[in-house]
Design a binder for this molecule. Structure first.
Ligand code: HEC
Ligand code: HEC
Ligand code: HEC
Ligand code: HEC
Length: 498
């Protein structure tokens, strides 16, 4: 009956017949596309497996990056890009920056210590050996411990000499052995390419905390490989053994407590005579106090994002400021525009910079005023508490200032620690003004003025011409001889003949 049939000629399903055909064809196309995807996934898996099959097996202590690179050309090529020194951001980057020019107060704050000669911004891993040759800080005798975070030759030499003996050598003694800059061997097991820890100081620090670093998760390892070097450390008095002071925790206060309980000082300040501790880039520790660490975001997530090349996904080994590749780094997790993200970073860094400048102006003044108090006749008992405050205030300033990234890794913690630093330096200045008054020194105290690194170095009476001359002689005569010796020996490396 006509009333039974749909008036518009539709099938009982309610669809027009051509709609079914469209659905059928669409399904065929989707299945076809899925098939292509599946095939390419299988293909990529086998590609991934392929490139884990070593073209050349790598011996245990192979220090030469280009030899690892024969097996892993993509990682190697991206790694070699760490030689690029062009990227510059508001506060960081890979260019030559003399920090002492930017912050001349630091020359005064490090009086009596080699950091007052020269302190340059870090560059890429490609330059680690070059830059320790270049710095004026190595114009005064250093222990071999200084090589520890510079080169893939370090694990090899530690194996050869024993760890204690390695640290107990002088920097010069190992100069012709340590020639390959930071690389594959530092972070990877040559057999499995798994991430691994090669530096004993980190393993030992974990042991003293009652933890086994071998139990670390894969995600933790993506930060711990960096924590072999990007941490606070010190050379143990006497045997120069490299130590990470994490026994009581990772905060500025926990480490300060550690150093205090050992009565440890890196040097005695030449002006204030305070027993000082120099902080050394506590990047990992500061990062641990921040939101990204709390959310399990690793150093590698931001500094070594994945890249794609011809359908293959691999880890970008061009380690540098993530601001050079916000799309590859931050935007994997954040939806804001590149410009927004850059400004978020700059905004946090600007605030850290503001408090940091206040802290260092206070501290430089304090050292100079303390020198005036000593000259006026102050005695130890009067100065004791002031010197302790100077030590603590500068340690806390340095804990933030020496960490890379101008506080971005943990902005709130950076500002908190700088706040305590400023509080302590102000307290010291109040106490010092009482001492000065007792010796009839008029306030404000007359202290030398300086606006540049060179002027500040003049205040200290440093003979910078002589220091630069020594470095020139080293670079022209000693360093090339070390490299020649290493090249001549390369054929005969016991461990790495192929
Ligand atoms: C959430 C992302 C993120 C994480 C996680 C992270 N960083 Fe950074 N890092 C940054 C940013 C952003 C900067 C600032 C770069 C700039 O100012 O150009 C920076 C700066 C640095 C710098 C200085 C770079 C330069 O150009 O001078 C170093 C070194 C560094 N980080 C090491 C580490 C280490 C080591 C870890 C892990 C312990 C880590 N970072 C974790 C984002 C991150
Ligand atoms: C500072 C530490 C570090 C150095 C140095 C380093 N790598 Fe890596 N590498 C990593 C990290 C982190 C990953 C990511 C590993 C993961 O998440 O499984 C990685 C991953 C890899 C992978 C696995 C595939 C991939 O791309 O994710 C290969 C292969 C590799 N690196 C080769 C090399 C080679 C070759 C060198 C030397 C030219 C080198 N690496 C130097 C830290 C390092
Ligand atoms: C074996 C020690 C060592 C390890 C391991 C190491 N670094 Fe470094 N890193 C250094 C040294 C030393 C420099 C400074 C090199 C120079 O200035 O010549 C540096 C420089 C850097 C820079 C500055 C680069 C630039 O162009 O401004 C970044 C960023 C960085 N490292 C991040 C990392 C991250 C992230 C890891 C872990 C995946 C890591 N590093 C592992 C020792 C190390
Ligand atoms: C692997 C994922 C991941 C990457 C990569 C990453 N972040 Fe984050 N970020 C997070 C998470 C998760 C949080 C915490 C969000 C929350 O809990 O609300 C966060 C929080 C933040 C915050 C707010 C906290 C604060 O300190 O004020 C800022 C800003 C931020 N990220 C900036 C960046 C920038 C800039 C980069 C690149 C250099 C970056 N992030 C890279 C995951 C990531």
């Amino acid at each position: 009956m006509a009333s039974n049939k749909e008036p518009s000629g539709k099938e009982p399903s309610g669809r027009k017949p051509w709609v079914n055909w469209v659905l059928f064809l669409a399904t065929v196309i989707i299945v076809f596309i899925l098939g292509i995807f599946a095939a390419s996934i299988v293909e990529r898996r086998s590609e991934a497996q392929l490139y884990f099959q070593m073209v050349h097996p790598i011996p245990e202590f192979e220090p030469r990056n280009y030899i690892w690179g024969e097996n892993f050309p993509r990682q190697y090529e991206s790694y070699v890009r760490t030689m690029d020194t062009t990227f510059e951001s508001r506060y960081a980057g890979s260019t030559h920056v003399q920090y002492l020019d930017r912050h001349p107060e630091m020359v005064i704050m490090w009086a009596g210590y080699a950091f007052s000669f020269d302190y340059e911004q870090a560059r890429g891993h490609y330059y680690s050996v070059t830059d320790i040759h270049r710095t004026l800080r190595t114009t005064i005798p250093q222990p071999a411990t200084c090589w520890t975070c510079k080169s893939t030759d370090v694990p090899r030499m530690m194996d050869q000499l024993g760890v204690g003996e390695f640290y107990n050598s002088t920097w010069e003694e190992l100069g012709s052995e340590v020639v390959n800059h930071i690389g594959c061997q530092d972070c990877h097991d040559p057999e499995t390419m798994n991430l691994r820890i090669t530096r004993p100081a980190l393993i030992e620090a974990w042991e003293r905390r009652g933890e086994d670093i071998r139990q670390a998760t894969h995600q933790e390892m993506r930060s711990l490989v960096c924590a072999q070097c990007h941490v606070e450390y010190y050379f143990r008095t006497g045997d120069r053994y490299l130590m990470f002071p994490f026994d009581h925790g990772f905060t500025a206060e926990a480490m300060e407590y550690y150093f205090d309980s050992l009565d440890f000082a890196d040097w005695t300040h030449a002006l204030s005579r305070a027993p000082m501790v120099k902080a050394q880039h506590p990047d990992y520790e500061l990062y641990r106090t921040g939101i990204h660490a709390a959310r399990d975001v690793s150093c590698a997530d931001c500094h070594m994002p994945y890249r794609r090349e011809g359908g293959i996904k691999f880890t970008n080994h061009h380690l540098r400021s993530p601001l050079a590749d916000i799309a590859g780094s931050c935007q994997v997790c954040h939806r804001e525009s590149e410009e927004d993200l850059r400004n978020i970073v700059y905004d946090r860094q600007d605030k850290v910079f503001e408090l940091r400048r206040r802290a260092e102006r206070n501290l430089a003044t304090l050292h100079l005023e303390a020198a005036v108090a000593w000259e006026a006749g102050a005695v130890d008992e009067e100065m004791e508490e002031i010197l302790q405050l100077i030590r603590r205030s500068q340690w806390r300033w340095d804990w933030v200032a020496a960490a890379n990234g101008y506080g971005f890794h943990s902005p709130a913690e950076s500002l908190r620690v700088l706040g305590t630093s400023i509080d302590m330096s102000q307290e010291a200045r109040v106490l010092l003004s009482h001492v000065l008054a007792r010796y009839g020194v008029n306030q404000p105290v007359e202290i030398p003025q300086f606006n540049t690194m060179a002027e500040a170095q003049e205040v200290l009476g440093l003979d910078m011409d002589e220091i630069r001359r020594r470095n020139r002689v080293f670079l022209e005569e000693v360093a090339p001889a070390w490299l020649e010796e290493a090249e001549a020996r390369e054929e005969a490396y016991p461990h790495i003949q192929r």
